[in-house]
Design a protein around this ligand. Structure first.
Ligand SMILES: [Fe+2]
Length: 403
């Protein structure tokens, strides 16, 4: 099947590295992890979290009991915010250094886990700052051991080597990807995700969907990325409406959590392109833009742009959303409109103007795409040539609904 869109002689890198405990009740595995941490020489750890999720999820007593039983001392830094900023990472680092932390625990969604990954790098690279890290002033090869306890079903960061943070002074939101930040251990327990508000259920799932669609269509995609992408889209389409209807539906939550995890592994393999490259400036300029919402805003116009180049793979991957596609370039507009219709049907019905951006903001956003560290690396693997004109067109076509 995949031979339709893959070159059999193109040698691919296939990646799946972290040990992930996945399933309802997986949090109990933290006892094994804490013992393993201790055995690997981690006597002291910093826990990085947002202000309330670690408590609200109900995970905290289990985690502290496990650390205490294993003899791992811990210090809590719970000031991380969504769209983490380099200043907060430096603040967490200071706490970690003063405490003598040898390991890092991230609890929460993508933001605290990505901040934890960043602290893990900086602990092993004394004298460097988070801004150095996210400005690509150095390329780390070492990080402290990382435990990721994931409380959302979006980023997939618990299964990959990627992290993101904002540099507010520059309105930049770059991403990094280094071998040394695959979490050593991860815990994905859908029971802990029950307290996620509906908006987050929606937009974390839209994030996972975008990871899959992009990973399957870069110029460096591989068979694993595509297989995982197909499954991700199917699971999100099958289970997101049920989770929105009844957040207590554990079958739906389990499947969405699994979809987000495999989408994270999918883009660790296939990488990302337009949708993420163009979304990061939105939440870089306005930190109130929810990452998954920004992606949903852009996805239809991105599909219109790339479908003619990747019609065969997208016809497969998007079949659960737009059935009956033949894989012909002429379907691009129908696919874009069909996906927008589906996004609107689940409640992801915002466009750029709803997020406070107008025509006049487009040139600045385009500038940021090309000036933010790492985003041009995403554009370099986009399926079509990512010129300023192409990027501008995608932004303009995302200002208002297509349908
Ligand atoms: Fe994302």
């Amino acid at each position: 099947m995949m031979e339709k869109y893959l070159n059999l002689n193109d040698v691919k890198e296939i990646r799946a590295r972290s040990l992930i405990y996945f399933g309802c009740g997986a949090i109990q595995k933290v006892a094994d992890v804490a013992r393993d941490m201790k055995a690997r020489g981690v006597d002291r750890a910093i826990v990085v979290s947002s202000p309330s999720a670690y408590k609200k999820s109900g995970a905290w007593p289990t985690i502290t009991a496990a650390f205490e039983a294993a003899g791992v001392e811990y210090v809590l830094f719970d000031k991380n915010r969504p769209n983490p900023e380099v200043e907060a990472i430096d603040e967490a680092l200071k706490v970690a250094v003063e405490f003598g932390a040898q390991g890092v625990v991230g609890i929460g969604g993508g933001s605290p886990i990505d901040a934890a990954k960043s602290v893990a790098i900086l602990l092993k690279n004394p004298g460097k700052t988070a801004e150095d890290l996210y400005s690509y002033a150095f390329a780390p090869t070492e990080a402290a051991p990382i435990l990721a306890i994931n409380l959302t079903h979006g980023t997939g960061t618990e299964g990959n080597r990627v992290a993101v943070a904002s540099i507010p002074a520059k309105q930049h939101k770059p991403a990094i990807a280094y071998e040394c930040i695959y979490p050593t251990w991860s815990i994905d327990d859908p029971e802990l995700m029950k307290t996620l508000p509906k908006t987050q259920i929606l937009y974390t799932s839209v994030d996972a969907l975008n990871h899959a669609v992009e990973a399957a269509t870069t110029t460096c995609s591989n068979p694993l990325a595509i297989t995982l992408a197909r499954e991700t889209v199917k699971l999100v389409v099958d289970y997101l409406p049920a989770a929105l209807e009844n957040p207590e539906d554990m079958v739906a939550r389990y499947n969405l959590a699994y979809a987000a995890l495999i989408a994270g592994i999918s883009f660790d393999n296939g990488f990302l392109h337009y949708t993420h490259a163009l979304e990061h400036p939105l939440s870089g300029v306005n930190p109130d833009v929810i990452h998954g919402c920004g992606l949903g805003v852009l996805l239809p116009a991105v599909l219109k742009e790339i479908y003619p180049k990747c019609a065969a793979v997208l016809a497969d991957v998007l079949a659960p959303i737009v059935p009956g596609l033949k894989g012909c370039a002429c379907e691009a507009e129908d696919v874009a409109k069909g996906v927008e219709k589906w996004l609107f049907s689940v409640g992801a019905n915002r466009k750029l103007t709803d997020e406070g951006f107008g025509e006049a903001d487009v040139p600045k956003l385009v500038d940021l795409v090309f000036s933010t560290p790492s985003l041009t690396a995403l554009l370099a693997v986009a399926p079509t040539e990512a010129t300023r004109e192409t990027v501008e067109k995608i932004y303009r076509e995302s200002l208002a609904p297509m349908n």
